[in-house]
Ligand binder design. Structure first.
Ligand code: CU
Length: 106
């Protein structure tokens, strides 16, 4: 009879352990799905004449929540932005560039 209880006890411990590891697994899965999806936007921006202008555009766009990375080239009149998907719109970016004092070609 004593042996029977030991087996039950061992079984209970075993299942408890299993449910713990399962819980840990689902928690780590939830973390990986939280990784933000990025979207790349490219805009033709005129009015930038030097690297100072590029920095003005970069700093201005980084003020927007959701903007991850900005690349600006006055030579190519291009601004490439990486944003969190569905958080920042192209219009919002264009608006900010124009507020800073440059033109966005549409
Ligand atoms: Cu400049």
């Amino acid at each position: 009879m004593k042996r029977f209880f030991i087996i039950i006890f061992a079984l209970a411990l075993f299942t408890a352990c299993q449910s713990n590891t399962k819980k840990a697994e689902s928690e780590s899965k939830a973390e990986t799905t939280q990784v933000v999806e990025l979207q790349e936007l490219e805009l033709t921006v005129t009015g930038m004449t030097c690297s100072g202008c590029e920095n003005t555009v970069k700093n201005g766009l980084k003020q927007i929540d959701g903007v991850v990375e900005v690349q600006a080239s006055h030579k190519n009149s291009k601004v490439t932005i990486k944003v969190e998907k569905d958080k920042v719109s192209r219009e919002e970016i264009a608006q900010q560039i124009e507020t800073i004092g440059y033109n966005v070609e549409k």
